[in-house]
Write a protein that binds this ligand. Structure first.
Ligand code: P6P
Length: 337
């Protein structure tokens, strides 16, 4: 019976990744070990986020907790945990974090063959009001282990070997792809294990939801304005789409992945490259969308084809259901003519 199977045949994320990697003859288990350290970081953040309100972990730095200790901001704390977990894994050589101005080059004695770009706690401005937040990560293989440079992380997103996010909400859900589809795992706090709950996620080809900060409408370019207008006042007599915008990328993207629709953070007159960061927001989410049968577009090109030149550079992003993004691409192509 289904429930019994869950209770006895536990498909943990570790077992899932091991199974998947064992099918790859040249795999030496390095990615498996790296992912297990990322999972550890997510478990730590999940427990810290859940305690946040109680231990005064939220809000601005300088808060003192019940013990009167100087309390670090949750995103600073999360960043430290992830950096330490990734370095100690012995499988990484360059790290790019939203929290650190410069890339971290791992001590040669501890170097491995992967680069990790991550946002340890994306949407952290939402912590104080209890809105879901998340960790986002993307993983590259370095080009030459003997000669490690910033070029190893300035690769187009299509070179990523794995990407994922962990959403800290009503439940803690980790969504992961290592290039063979997308799977979702839910943390069972009683076991401290992520269990497979969403096997082989596929995004609906078309959706009834659009997700954008309408507050920026004054500054949008014409193709974006036309697309949003079409969502609200369809010309073909179909019913208008629903607007759902949480303002926390992991939450908005997770809903888009499961329910379909499109998430947009377009360029506008004030921010010609939009707001979201290429290496640790746009690329990982675009990788997942393509692996789930959706697509992701920058307004100019396929998001994963973009070649970054700076580690914190931004890009406009339109991602989600294949057909919805196709419509947006048509509007931009018409403008380009
Ligand atoms: P806006 C959160 O601050 C964030 O980086 C993403 O998680 C989110 O999608 C976006 O910014 C929200 O931006 O301008 O709509 O508040």
């Amino acid at each position: 019976h289904e429930a019994d199977a869950y209770r006895t045949d536990l498909m943990t994320i570790t077992r899932y990744v091991l199974n998947e990697q064992s099918r790859n003859p040249e795999a030496r288990g390095d990615l498996t070990i790296l992912l297990s350290h990322i999972v550890l970081g997510c478990k730590f953040v999940a427990s810290a986020v859940n305690k946040a309100g109680l231990a005064k972990l939220i809000g601005l730095a300088g808060e003192t907790n019940v013990q009167g200790e100087e309390q670090k901001k949750l995103d600073v704390l999360s960043n430290e945990v992830f950096v330490k977990a990734l370095v100690s894994s012995g499988r990484t050589c360059v790290l790019v974090s939203e929290e650190d101005e410069e890339a971290t080059f791992v001590d040669p004695a501890l170097r491995g063959k992967y680069c990790v770009c991550f946002d340890p706690l994306d949407g952290s401005s939402n912590i104080d009001c209890g809105v879901s937040i998340g960790t986002i990560f993307g993983i590259y293989m370095i080009k030459d282990k003997e000669n490690v440079t910033l070029e190893d992380v300035l690769q187009p997103g299509k070179n990523m070997v794995a990407a994922g996010y962990c959403m800290y909400g009503s439940s803690c859900t980790l969504v992961l792809s290592t290039g063979n589809g997308v799977n979702g795992f839910t943390l069972d706090p009683s076991l401290g294990e992520f269990i497979l709950t969403h096997p082989d996620i596929k995004i609906p080809k078309k959706g009834k939801i659009y997700s954008v900060n309408e507050g920026n409408a004054k500054n949008w370019d014409e193709p974006t304005a036309k697309f949003v207008e079409k969502c609200k006042f369809p010309k073909d007599g179909s019913s208008p789409k629903s607007l759902r915008y949480i303002g926390s990328m992991v939450a908005d993207v997770h809903r888009t992945l499961l329910y379909g629709g499109v998430f947009l953070y377009p360029a506008d007159k004030k921010s010609p490259n939009g707001k979201l960061r290429v290496l640790y927001e746009v690329f990982p989410m675009s990788f997942l969308m393509e692996q789930a049968g959706g697509q992701s577009f920058t307004g100019k090109e396929r998001a994963l084809d973009l070649v970054p030149t700076k580690i914190h550079e931004r890009s406009p992003i339109f991602l989600g259901s294949f057909e919805d993004v196709e419509e947006i691409k048509g509007l931009y192509a018409a403008q380009a003519k």
